[in-house]
Design a binder for this molecule. Structure first.
Ligand code: 13P
Ligand code: SF4
Length: 337
């Protein structure tokens, strides 16, 4: 009988190299290779579309690392995004963030096309108050200036005297030179600022659905289970949380704190992607990760950004009669630097 050798199994085909290797190196500690292979086609298309359409992508610090570290041109907190919206000479702005951020960009760039990849990307603070509520507050407290957080609709900004962000709220409140202000709509931001100033603050009852969930007990547990941890908290957290943390500031201020102080072990009590993005920049630091997801921010994805540029939608517009007054409130804020 003739001997027939068993056929050898075919060798595995060689694994093709990962696409866009330079960009991948920025996120490889967060995005597994199989996921990158799926994303890379959209990312390459976005880079091409940006060039073709003279578009810029402004991304908030809560965007996921694939957006934040690969397709975004400018990243930052709400204040930085508003400032950059004024500076850009691109014809199209894609706002990778929530609706009020896109509206602010549009207010500052009425002649430009401002796109948001998902129209449903809202904000619990913005939906906690209407223009009619602001008019009622003004009637109830005649002569008291109204300082409105940028996390509001253009219609609410239009009824206000000046805007603020978490990055400049104390400065704005004090710069008005009055003993009392109304600060809308975030109750916790208002109370946290009130704890740092002599100015009396009348607050509204809006809350951020992400930050209101952190508790002072969370911080005590963290300190017990992660000795030496430095705790940073966003000022939208309840005052009892802020009282127990080591530093409070806007998303940009928290990132700066980590970059400058380099705490060996740190927790950011804020939206989850913020830690992911900062951790990719500082691989030697130990990031502890209790965090909360913002469902609105998470509506923005790489495929939706591609679609926004391909279809030039969803275009954000503000009715002219609202836009003019809302712009004034935002520009007054920006004039304070
Ligand atoms: P920052 O202005 O600090 O980026 O905050 C915006 C925001 O929506 C926080 O929840
Ligand atoms: Fe609004 Fe809170 Fe989400 Fe920021 S984290 S966009 S304040 S719901």
């Amino acid at each position: 009988m003739l001997y027939t050798p068993t056929p050898r199994a075919a060798p595995n085909p060689p694994v093709p190299p990962l696409p866009l290797p330079e960009l991948y190196s920025r996120v490889e500690r967060h995005v597994p290779p199989f996921e990158w292979r799926i994303l890379a086609d959209d990312i390459a298309a976005i880079l091409k579309l940006k060039r073709e359409k003279n578009a810029v992508i402004l991304a908030h610090n809560y965007q996921t690392p694939d957006i934040y570290h690969t397709v975004a041109d400018i990243v930052g907190d709400s204040l930085a995004l508003a400032r950059e919206a004024v500076r850009t000479d691109a014809e199209v702005i894609v706002l990778a963030g929530v609706h009020f951020m896109a509206e602010t960009a549009k207010l500052l760039n009425p002649e430009k096309t401002v796109l948001i990849p998902d129209l449903e990307a809202g904000c619990s603070l913005a939906s906690s108050i209407t223009a009619e509520d602001v008019r009622l507050m003004r009637a109830r407290h005649p002569g008291v200036p109204i300082v409105t957080y940028v996390n509001t609709s253009a219609a609410v900004k239009a009824e206000s005297d000046i805007c603020c962000t978490s990055g400049n709220a104390k400065k704005i409140v004090e710069a008005l030179g009055v003993p009392k202000v109304i600060m809308l709509p975030d109750e916790y931001l208002a109370r946290n600022i009130a704890a740092q100033t002599e100015v009396e603050i009348i607050a509204w009852m809006g809350h951020c659905e992400v930050h209101e969930r952190f508790t002072a007990d969370d911080i005590r547990d963290l300190r017990a289970t992660h000795p030496g941890v430095t705790v940073l908290a966003h000022p939208e957290c309840p005052p009892e949380v802020v009282a127990e943390c080591d530093f409070t500031g806007s998303t940009a201020a928290m990132a700066d704190y980590v970059g400058q102080r380099r705490p060996s072990r740190v927790v950011l009590l804020t939206e989850c992607s913020m830690s992911d993005n900062v951790a990719l920049q500082y691989p030697d630091l130990d990031f502890v990760r209790p965090c909360n997801l913002c469902p609105h921010m998470k509506r923005i994805t790489v495929p939706k950004i591609r679609r926004a540029l391909e279809t030039m939608s969803h275009e954000v517009t503000v009715p002219p009669q609202i836009a003019e007054r809302a712009r004034r409130s935002v520009e007054r804020m920006l004039a304070f630097g």
